[in-house]
Design a protein around this ligand. Structure first.
Ligand code: ZN
Length: 510
């Protein structure tokens, strides 16, 4: 039986251009699914856009376009970034799509008929000019609206509620039985604490908000954007419409989210799923934030980093590598251009790029540009070979917990070891006839290690890994490989013509 793996990013709220945080979640997700595909899993990788709500409506008004024109334009920017960053999603769902809207309405209808949704009165702080409800804790000092700074007032309106309070105990039971439901563990503890403190029923509709999905029984009420957005994880699988994909891929293996939206994914979403009688996702992983030069990203202080610009200036694989290598996934990190450039130069240009760049010309010069025969194996050759083989199980362990930086560190141990091996064996000195066999062995050893490194690195830096293979003279598509087969030592066939070396990661001047 084929193993299936369903991973999602959130649908991103498109009220603005994509920032580094969006790129971070999506690059991490892409790396994990590429790893899973190479490990023989059938993957469903979902991302998309969250397009309703008041903020979008207001931005559209400000820009004198229709909300739909606005979201179309923004979705294009997101998709363009994903293409630049080699994101291999299987589906991109937009919450304004008919296939999503129908499912959201079906969910609402079902929950209403079984009594999990009821009509009540919502009371809360409201800013009239912004047409937004705020929680007391969100207000600025003196009861002012956090967006426009004008005084908010308490108003009451009719609303539909989801019986979230009823799911407090079932959720706690589930958390106790599945302590890894939320990772990192510290986040699981936060969620537990929050649920234990008591859950209140959740208002799930807004009255007279025009840019949203109308509730099926009462068109004046539109469905709260957060509830609508969460449902994307099953609407993309055809829940209540055509459930072939749902049967195949649900429950999700991992929902990948930023820590700021963890409660929606670890509390509201599982409660909705329990109400629908669906299995809960295996894991919600909450990653940290990138701070820029010490502060949180903010537009007003010029701390917004445009990932597209970074990728265009320095290379998209360079950006992917940096994001996954620099900071343990789950923790916060600090972005600065000088740290970024240092990391790229030391790891990619010096260690990896140089290994390829100093080996290939030797093959051109001493082996007529062809992969040499391995010849006799010495103890130190065997040692390098075994170090390469040892990466696979270690990588599997780290990828299981989304420890991307650990996996990369393991791979880099081999990169460094191979550079040492080249230094020690100094193939450029093995030019005499009597050394011919040794020269062949040493070069084969390094080239074969580079082939396997290309395979291991494909999830992290896909186009560059493919280029490593091309320079080694391999024509196969890395995307179609399996670790099980391609990861075995000895895949390079002697006599294969290599390509001339082209620097993969040019040094960046600071
Ligand atoms: Zn306001």
């Amino acid at each position: 039986m084929k193993k299936t793996f369903y991973l999602s990013t959130p649908v991103y709220y498109v009220n603005g251009a994509p920032h580094l945080g969006h790129a971070y979640t999506t690059v991490a997700a892409d790396t994990l699914v590429r790893y899973k595909r190479l490990s023989g899993w059938e993957v469903f990788f979902l991302t998309g856009s969250d397009e309703y709500g008041n903020k979008i409506l207001r931005s559209a008004k400000d820009q004198k376009v229709t909300p739909f024109e606005l979201v179309n334009k923004m979705v294009e920017r997101f998709q363009n970034l994903w293409q630049t960053l080699s994101i291999s999603y299987d589906d991109f769902i937009r919450t304004t799509e008919e296939r999503h809207i129908r499912v959201v309405r079906n969910v609402f209808q079902k929950l209403l008929s079984q009594g999990d949704i009821y009509k009540g009165k919502y009371e809360g702080w409201y800013c009239v000019p912004c047409e937004s409800f705020w929680l007391e804790g969100q207000l600025k000092e003196g009861g002012l609206c956090p967006e426009c700074g004008r005084p908010a007032e308490i108003i009451q309106e009719e609303s539909y509620f989801f019986r979230l309070s009823q799911y407090q105990e079932p959720l706690l039971d589930y958390f106790r039985q599945n302590p890894d439901f939320v990772l990192p563990r510290t986040r699981m503890n936060e969620v537990m604490k929050f649920v234990k403190s008591g859950l209140r029923d959740l208002s799930v509709t807004r009255l007279n908000l025009k840019w949203g999905i109308p509730s099926p029984i009462d068109e004046q009420h539109t469905i709260y954007v957060w509830v609508d957005a969460l449902i994307n994880y099953i609407s993309a699988l055809g829940y209540s419409l055509n459930e072939t994909k749902l049967t195949k891929f649900w429950p999700a293996n991992v929902h990948l989210v930023g820590k700021d939206i963890l409660k929606f994914h670890a509390v509201i979403w599982p409660a909705l799923l329990l109400a629908l009688g669906l299995a809960l996702p295996q894991r919600v992983f909450a990653h940290g934030w990138w701070k820029v030069n010490g502060g949180k990203m903010s537009k007003s202080q010029g701390r917004v980093i445009d990932p597209l610009q970074l990728a265009q200036d320095y290379g998209s694989d360079q950006l992917r590598y940096f994001l996954l290598r620099e900071v343990p996934f789950g923790q916060d990190g600090t972005f600065s251009k000088s740290i970024f450039i240092k990391r790229i130069n030391s790891d990619l240009a010096n260690d990896l790029g140089n290994l390829l760049n100093r080996t290939l010309p030797l093959v051109t010069r001493y082996c007529q540009g062809k992969i040499p025969s391995p010849g006799e194996e010495k103890a130190e050759d065997k040692k390098l070979k075994e170090a390469v083989g040892a990466v696979f199980p270690r990588m599997e362990l780290s990828m299981e917990t989304l420890s991307f930086s650990v996996a990369l560190t393991e791979i880099w141990k081999v990169v460094k070891l191979t550079n040492l091996y080249v230094d020690r064996n100094a193939p450029w000195q093995l030019t005499g006839k009597e050394n011919k066999e040794r020269l062949s062995r040493v070069l084969y050893q390094v080239l074969e290690t580079l082939r396997i490194l290309g395979l291991l690195l494909f999830p992290f830096i896909p186009p560059s890994a493919q280029k490593i293979w091309q320079q080694l003279g391999l024509k196969e598509d890395l995307e179609k490989q399996l670790f099980e087969k391609a990861g075995k030592w000895g895949g390079l066939i002697p006599g294969t013509e290599i390509q001339s070396a082209k620097p993969l990661f040019p040094r960046i001047k600071e």
